[in-house]
Design a protein around this ligand. Structure first.
Ligand SMILES: NC(=O)c1ccc[n+]([C@@H]2O[C@H](COP(=O)([O-])OP(=O)(O)OC[C@H]3O[C@@H](n4cnc5c(N)ncnc54)[C@H](O)[C@@H]3O)[C@@H](O)[C@H]2O)c1
Length: 378
């Protein structure tokens, strides 16, 4: 939705119309009311709130006392979309008021944004909660390097407070605030391609300061999880095996029946609980020098299984009667979420580090769980 705007010289006010066509339609009445043609200015196009009525943006700039925030505060209203925007300028040092802006159209706030009350004050001004947030306050690179605790407090904890406040206080247009956060090219480190591409992985050197010897292990979906169903979207991947093995019905949220092709189509990346725990133990034993330079993240080994393959393994190990305890009730949300997860990883690196993948595939997992149930362990 766009809006044409006519400024009526110095004869007062502006005249908003919801389409360019209506702007032309209104001109005769302006002229008949004594407005001179030379007083009419068409000022391009401004944003509206989607129903044709104009809504002024309320722009919050944190770090407005700093370099970039300060420049942005002075120039943002020059953009045609933001000519009448309200500004909330905040910093721990008092930001300069924006030049040429009426006092009714901005507030300047001196506040420590590492304090919840300071952040709150930005969202409760006379202008209302912001619809656009430029989150520019922070402790720049060397400052945060030299004072690690301060860097964490301002760059992470305080940003989180702003995000939380934005979640709580909705702008008058009812939409989630646009949140512009300035990251840095320094998130890329280690061996880099000739050109950094949008898909190049950020790899900050998490353990380089020596505070911890970090190891991030990305865990596959663990099946079969014993005990009560978990609230996870992936819980059915265990449930369709666990419940029938206990002699109770299970709901499969994929497909309408055992023959539904959707059961073949949905695949998951899985590993057994015993396998994953063994890898947890090993994670503390990997020789630091074996990790790839500048990376401490490992996708744990696993394998791909389709829902159909799970059910076939259940049938093979426990028979048709047990399989018949699985009932089908489609849940598209569930299918969409699980279907959006990666279904295959390359295990080469994790195995080269010494992590393991138990053999036997899904059939072995069902056999192990059956033995656990029989022994009262699951
Ligand atoms: N300048 C660059 O080259 C560059 C490069 C990459 C990213 N960035 C990012 O852009 C943003 C702005 O950069 P800049 O060059 O204007 O930095 P700057 O240091 O000039 O401004 C940061 C502002 O944050 C304010 N601030 C610090 N602690 C605060 C607190 N507790 N509460 C409220 N305000 C606080 C400071 O007073 C300062 O005015 C930063 O987040 C920075 O990380 C800048």
């Amino acid at each position: 939705m766009v809006e044409a705007r006519i400024d009526v010289g110095d004869r007062g006010g502006r005249c908003y119309v919801d389409t360019v066509k209506n702007a032309f339609a209104i001109i005769p009445s302006l002229l008949s009311n004594g407005v001179a043609v030379s007083d009419l200015q068409f000022t391009t196009i401004v944003a509206t709130n989607g129903n044709g009525t104009h809504s002024r943006e309320i722009i919050l700039i944190t770090g407005a006392g700093g370099w970039l925030g300060g420049v942005l505060a002075q120039v943002i209203r020059k953009d045609p979309v933001y000519t009448d925007a309200h500004l909330i300028l905040a910093d721990i040092v008092e930001p300069k008021p924006p030049k040429g802006v009426s006092e009714d159209d901005y507030v300047v706030i001196k506040a420590d944004l590492s304090e919840k009350s300071g952040v709150q004050s930005l969202f409760t001004t006379k202008l209302g909660p912001p619809s656009v947030i430029y989150c520019l306050h922070g402790i720049m690179s060397r400052g945060a390097e030299d004072n690690f605790d301060l860097g964490m407090k301002i760059n992470i904890d305080s940003t989180r407070l702003v995000l939380e406040a934005a979640r709580k206080y909705k702008a008058p247009n009812g939409q989630p605030a646009k949140f512009i956060f300035t990251s840095s090219i320094a998130v890329f480190g280690g061996p880099l391609p000739h050109e950094v591409m949008p898909e190049t992985q950020a790899s900050p050197e998490g353990s380089r300061r020596g505070f911890v010897d970090g190891r991030v292990i990305r865990v596959p979906t663990i099946v079969v999880r014993p005990g009560l169903p978990s609230p996870a979207t992936s819980a059915f991947l265990s449930g369709i095996i666990r419940e029938p093995l206990h002699g109770v019905e299970a709901i499969c949220p994929i497909g309408d029946s055992f023959d539904d092709p959707a059961l073949d189509e949905l695949e998951a990346w899985v590993a057994s609980p015993g396998n994953v725990i063994e890898n947890f133990v090993f994670a503390s034993k990997v020789d630091t020098s074996n990790f790839k330079k500048h990376s401490r993240t490992v996708n744990l080994p696993g394998f791909t299984v389709s829902i159909k393959q799970e059910l076939e393994a259940l049938k093979d190990v426990c028979g048709q009667e047990t399989l018949d305890l699985v009932k089908y009730k489609k849940d598209p949300v569930n299918a969409r979420i699980v279907g959006s997860w990666p279904r295959a990883f390359n295990n080469e690196y994790s195995l080269s580090l010494g992590f393991v993948l138990h053999p036997g595939g899904f059939r072995q997992i069902v056999e192990n769980f059956k033995a656990d149930v029989a022994a009262g362990r699951a």
